[in-house]
Design a protein. Structure first.
Length: 511
């Protein structure tokens, strides 16, 4: 495959590139970068941020990847003002509460300016960013969430406006009062958060993680919230120990999330890596995520008194390393507004409970259409179930209603969701534990049009049984090849399985 280079983001002080050469997340040979004729960096990752640049300068970048050489010419953005938070009294010693000083620096930053966090530990409560600014965290800078929950103010569920209500907080797919996140962007445009530093929510089991299913004064905050935003870049930073979801994009569009490192303990509750909720045109590139819940989840809310939420549409995920979570790329289960046009490619999934996971259930609504989800050129290792579709997902209290788990065909009504046009191609799975493919559609609304091409499965002989997903009546399995129930329209080419137990392909009500 010929090497292609995409310029993902150009800032005042950095450049982010994605190299696409057929490898997943990391290349077998290093990429070598020269800057203005001088060797600059050597890296095996396929998404690379070149930092340490100067604002408003023209650069020549030579990229040597394998036997190929490409030249890029680009200019970094101008930076009319650099605002150092220390000039506003921030200490950065990890013990002094820097919230007021940091917020003052943000508010004082002029249009297109940069707020600089130098090396140090900047202890803070929630901060609020604004449009037309950059927040730059240098290597060694850590924005650390204050452990005192009382210092995290509340955001209302809705902000009433003559131009239309804005959702500021949500919980399990519906507007809800939440504690403000450590970093908040509310209605911001042309915003960039970047650098080699980290943002640490500082959640622990004696603070935010102590009550996973009951609110404090409000529901648990995120580490980074992008609500009702447009044209936002989050580049290169590390995000750790979130109180709940780590990066939550809510009703936003034109987002670039590149080169992020997201970590939380494996037993931390609901610490999803990236949650995209009712957003359009989002690109996630080069993320490394290892959390206590789903790595990347794409949602569109639950039906409620405010009406049908907006859809999620046009999501691109590439060259990511997704580890240890409940699911690597997850669609749903909150799908009331619909989820359309999702592509994940050139990724590695390692040690997750599921690879591609699609989940929905009765009651999500007629607009809850999952349409056009594709997975291609992906490598999985030690994943429990590689591909699962579950139309009877029973998590949350409303998922325990009798009609949700009823396996009989019920009347199609205003609450009936749909799943269609799913494709997997060039997927390679090593040491699969529980099932290769597990599809459970609704009998009254079968999953439509599944296409699988060049799917390689090798099962782990040392695995132990577990359930492929969460629904009433799903039993633990081990080495299950392919199970399909309630499917209309199916194409399988190039299915290569070894080590499965029992019948290789089981079908119920499959057309």
């Amino acid at each position: 495959m010929a090497t292609a280079i995409d310029i993902l983001a150009v800032g005042a002080r950095s450049l982010t590139l994605e190299i696409r050469n057929g490898s997943s997340y990391r290349s077998a040979e290093p990429h070598v970068f020269w800057l203005d004729g001088v060797p600059w960096r050597r890296d095996w990752l396929n998404v690379v941020t070149l930092g340490g640049l100067s604002p408003g300068r023209l650069y020549r970048v030579d990229v040597y990847s394998g036997s190929e050489h490409q030249v890029l010419q680009l200019r970094t953005l101008d930076e009319p003002c650099l605002v150092d938070v220390r000039e506003f009294g921030a200490m950065g010693d990890g013990t002094h509460d820097d919230t007021a000083a940091l917020q003052a620096a943000i508010m004082a930053c002029p249009v297109a300016g940069t707020v600089l966090l130098p090396a140090g530990t900047w202890l803070s409560g929630p901060l609020f960013l604004k449009s037309d600014m950059q927040l730059h965290l240098v290597r060694g800078a850590c924005l650390l969430g204050h452990p005192d929950i009382d210092r995290w103010p509340l955001l209302p569920a809705l902000l009433r406006s003559s131009q239309g209500d804005q959702v500021l907080g949500s919980w399990e797919g519906q507007p809800a009062r939440c504690h403000a996140s450590l970093v908040n962007a509310l209605g911001a445009e042309r915003l960039c958060i970047e650098g080699e530093g980290s943002i640490d929510g500082n959640a622990r089991f004696d603070t935010w993680w102590s009550r996973p299913k009951t609110p404090f004064l409000g529901w648990r905050p995120r580490t980074l919230l992008l609500a009702n935003c447009r044209d936002v870049q989050v580049i290169g930073i590390a995000l750790r120990n979130s109180p709940s979801w780590t990066l939550h994009a809510l009703r936003s569009r034109q987002l670039m999330l590149a080169g992020l490192r997201i970590d939380a303990p494996p037993d931390s509750p609901n610490t999803d890596g990236i949650d995209i909720e009712s957003c359009e045109h989002v690109r996630i590139a080069g993320a490394r995520i290892s959390t206590g819940d789903d790595c990347i989840a794409i949602k569109s809310g639950k039906p409620g008194p405010q009406g049908t939420p907006p859809p999620s549409r046009g999501i691109r995920i590439g060259n990511c390393l997704l580890q240890r979570g409940h699911g690597a790329v997850v669609i749903g289960s909150e799908t009331a507004g619909g989820i359309h046009d999702v592509l994940a490619e050139h990724c590695r999934f390692e040690g997750t409970d599921r690879g591609l996971r699609v989940k929905t259930r009765r009651g999500r609504g007629r607009a809850a259409v999952i349409d056009g989800v594709a997975l291609r050129d992906v490598d999985m290792d030690q994943v429990g179930t590689a591909f699962v579709v579950n139309s009877f997902y029973h998590c949350d209290p409303d998922g325990r209603a009798p009609h949700v788990g009823d396996r009989r065909a019920l009347p199609v009504d205003e609450g009936t969701p749909s799943v269609r046009n799913l494709s997997l191609s060039n997927v390679r799975c090593e040491r699969t534990a529980h099932a290769g493919i597990y599809v459970l559609g609704l009998p009254e609304q079968p999953v439509e049009n599944i296409r699988i091409r060049n799917f390689r499965l090798r099962f782990d002989p040392d695995a132990t049984p577990a359930c492929p997903d969460m629904a009433e009546g799903i039993e633990p399995v081990l080495g299950l090849g392919v199970f399909l129930a309630n499917v209309r329209g199916l194409s399988i080419e190039g299915l290569d399985m070894q080590g499965e137990q029992g019948i290789p392909i089981s079908k119920e009500n499959v057309q």
